[in-house]
Design a protein around this ligand. Sequence first.
Ligand SMILES: O=C(O)CCC(=O)C(=O)O
Ligand SMILES: [Fe+2]
Length: 344
Amino acid sequence: MFKENTTMMMDSNPPLFDQYEFLLQSTAHLQPFNNGNLPTNSVMEECQLPLIDLKGLKSSDEKERVACRREIFEASEEWGFFQVINHGIHTELLNRMNKEQIKLFGVPFEKKFTSGILDNSYRWGTPTATHPNQFSWSEAFHIPLTKVSEAACYGDFIYLREVMEEVASAMSKVARKLAGVLVESMGQRKELLEDICDESTCFLRLNHYPICPFSGEVSGLVPHTDSDFLTILHQDSGGGLQVMKGSQWLAVKPNPQALVVNIGDLLQAWSNDTYKSAKHRVVANPMRERYSIAYFLCPSYHSQIGSCREPSPYRHFTFAEYRKQVRDDVEKTGYKIGLSNFRL
Ligand SMILES: O=C(O)CCC(=O)C(=O)O
Ligand SMILES: [Fe+2]
């Protein structure tokens, strides 16, 4: 196990350059193809996502409660993405998390890779990429919620454990509250959500996007939709997150008071496509690194993902089936196909 007092070292970043170069060389004979995924350096309008004040949900005035629920519904229907303020998570906690995250990613690469820290959940680059435009210039830890409290996962990062526990619990509350509103808005009982959501499959993802010298050609995180019910994201102030609306990429303007919320594939399926699981990506940055933390609200593996109203546009499937299909597709093609594989 490693020591927390390791100073920030030049070799903390993974060898993204080598992996990317290798991909470039091994695909040099192929026709270049642009499937619309390539990032762009061109100046893009920053969009203000719908900004929802969650204090409305607690209002003693029923009209205000209804109006807030409607805003959540409409943003999920129109955008699949929104920001929330007065979400109940202290800025001070998020700042502490950010500091611990910087320390964690500052550990030498070899240690992150081999020490087994955070349940062996360290990932970097894109090992499944078969083409440079499938490559993500980033590193991450994906920690199942069931492991967040386990002292053995942290080595000497004792303080990180404390902060992660607090963040996981706070983000979980926000995620469940919002998903509950959305489930009720599609005419379902919110207890159904409580029954099928399970700590063993929910997870936290800590993302780090190192400075990238190829920022015009490669993404920080390739375009994707999330394979969950709903995601809560805290990003730093540097920007870089982009959302697909219609057929256009829009840059999300960071708001230091707000958390970003996005609908995942499973709520899109359950709502018969009323809610949108919108594609999003992170552009790479040649000047500054970026950190974010995401909480993914997921059902237990055996849960059936059905439909709020028959006929459903999708065949019913379990979360385990969905995960397996996504993994198989990525391994075979380099891409996630996602919900369209399940469309009837
Ligand atoms: O870092 C971000 O802003 C986005 C992260 C994300 O989309 C993910 O982890 O699924
Ligand atoms: Fe995502």
